[in-house]
Design a protein around this ligand. Structure first.
Ligand SMILES: Cc1cc2nc3c(=O)[nH]c(=O)nc-3n(C[C@H](O)[C@H](O)[C@H](O)COP(=O)(O)OP(=O)(O)OC[C@H]3O[C@@H](n4cnc5c(N)ncnc54)[C@H](O)[C@@H]3O)c2cc1C
Length: 322
C-alpha cells in the first residue's frame, strides 16, 4: 500500500519542472505536446486569446459570478514585453468597462517588469490602477515567491498612496504574513487571502496541510473581523464553512466580503457560498503563458493529473486526423 510518498514525489517534481525554463521551452516548442497540454489546461483558463476569455467571463457574469482577469505570465525579462503586457491589461479594462465591479484585473508585478526594475513595474501598475479607477473597478496584485514579497508589498504601499482600488494577495503559509496583514489592513484596497502556491524554504513558510490551515483560519478571522474589503480565496470546504460560521456568529456585515475560487475548480462550493448570500468571484487567467499555471494546478491537487491525462488523451484522436 502506498503511503502517499509517490504523490509527494510527483508534486515535488512538478514544482521543480514548473520553474525550469529549458523544459518549458522544449514543451512549448513541440507542437503535439503543446496541443495536448493546452487541452489539459483549458478547463482552468479563459483561453489563449482575450476574445475567448471575454466570452467565458460573460457567461460567469450572467450567473452573478464576478471575475478577476489575469493576462497570465510572470518574470518578464525585457522592457518592451513589460509595455506590451501593460497594454494588454489596458485592453482588458477597456473591454470590461461596462461591467464595472463584475470584472477586476489581477496581474503579477513581475509580469509588468518587476524583475527588470521595480520602478518600471510600479509605473506600469500605476497606469493600470488609474485606468481601473476610471472604469470603477479594482486591481488585485497577485503574490509571488517569497524572494519577491517585500518588493511587491512596497509597490502596493506606493500605489495605495494615490489609489484606493488596488488590493494585494497575502499567503497564509508565510510566517511574516501576520505582520503584513496588520499593515495591509491600514491601507485601502481589497486583501485577498490564499494558502500559497510556491515551493518555499522551511525558514520562511509553514508546510501546507494542518500548519498552514491553522494559520489561514486565524488570519481569516482577523481579516473578516476588521471589516476591510477582502477576498477569501480558498477551495477548502472546511475553511469556507468556518468563514461562514464566523461571519454568522459575529453578525459581520457581508458588504466587504467576497469568496473567490480559481476558474474550473470546485465551482459547486462557490455556488454554495452564493446561495448563502455572499459575493462570488472567479480568478480567470488567459493567454499563452499557461504552462506554469498548469503545473501549479496539478501540483496542488494531484488527482488533477488523472483528469489532465484524460483531457490530453482525448485530444489525440482529433490531432491524428490532421
Ligand atoms: C482566487 C485565487 C487567487 C490566488 N492567488 C494566488 C497568489 O497570488 N499567489 C499564490 O501563491 N497563490 C495564489 N492562489 C493559490 C493558492 O495559494 C493555493 O495554492 C490554491 O488555492 C490551493 O489551495 P486551497 O486553499 O484551495 O486549499 P487546498 O488544501 O490546496 O485544497 C482544498 C480542496 O480544494 C480542492 N482543490 C484545491 N485545489 C484544487 C485544484 N487545483 N484542482 C481541483 N481541486 C482543488 C480540493 O477539493 C482540495 O481538497 C490563489 C488561489 C485562488 C483561489
Amino acid at each position: 500500500m502506498n503511503d502517499g510518498s509517490d504523490a509527494q514525489a510527483a508534486i515535488a517534481a512538478l514544482r521543480r519542472i514548473s520553474r525550469n525554463e529549458v523544459y518549458k521551452a522544449r514543451v512549448l516548442e513541440t507542437p503535439l505536446l503543446r496541443q495536448v497540454l493546452l487541452r489539459a489546461v483549458s478547463r482552468f483558463i479563459g483561453g489563449e486569446e482575450l476574445s475567448q476569455c471575454l466570452g467565458v467571463a460573460r457567461g460567469l457574469h450572467e450567473r452573478g459570478i464576478a471575475t478577476a482577469i489575469d493576462y497570465m505570465g510572470e518574470s518578464t525579462r525585457d522592457r518592451e514585453r513589460a509595455t506590451h503586457v501593460t497594454r494588454e491589461f489596458l485592453r482588458v479594462i477597456e473591454a470590461l468597462a461596462d461591467r464595472r465591479s463584475m470584472a477586476s484585473i489581477s496581474p503579477d508585478l513581475s509580469h509588468l517588469g518587476m524583475a527588470i526594475d521595480p520602478q518600471l513595474a510600479c509605473e506600469n501598475a500605476q497606469v493600470l490602477a488609474g485606468a481601473a479607477q476610471a472604469a470603477s473597478t479594482e486591481v488585485i496584485l497577485n503574490m509571488e515567491g517569497s524572494d519577491r514579497t517585500e518588493t511587491i508589498l512596497a509597490i502596493h504601499q506606493r500605489l495605495c498612496e494615490r489609489y484606493d482600488n488596488v488590493g494585494v494577495t497575502l499567503q497564509a503559509y508565510l510566517y511574516r504574513t501576520e505582520n503584513d496583514l496588520a499593515d495591509a489592513i491600514e491601507r485601502p484596497g481589497r486583501i485577498r487571502l490564499v494558502k500559497g502556491a510556491y515551493a518555499e524554504p522551511a525558514e520562511v513558510a509553514r508546510p501546507l496541510g494542518p500548519p498552514t490551515d491553522v494559520a489561514f483560519r486565524a488570519l481569516m478571522e482577523t481579516l473578516l473581523a476588521s471589516g476591510h474589503p477582502c477576498s477569501i480565496a480558498t477551495h477548502d470546504p472546511a475553511l469556507l464553512e468556518h468563514a461562514h460560521r464566523f461571519i454568522e456568529s459575529r453578525r459581520l456585515p457581508r458588504g466587504p466580503i467576497e469568496f473567490e475560487l480559481n476558474h474550473g475548480i470546485a465551482q459547486d462550493r462557490l455556488q454554495n457560498m452564493q446561495a448563502l448570500g455572499y459575493a462570488a468571484r472567479v480568478y480567470l487567467p488567459y493567454g499563452e503563458e499557461w504552462y506554469l499555471y498548469l503545473c501549479h494546478r496539478l501540483a496542488e491537487y494531484p488527482p488533477n493529473i488523472y483528469r489532465a491525462l484524460a483531457d490530453a488523451l482525448s485530444a489525440l484522436p482529433d490531432m491524428w486526423k490532421l
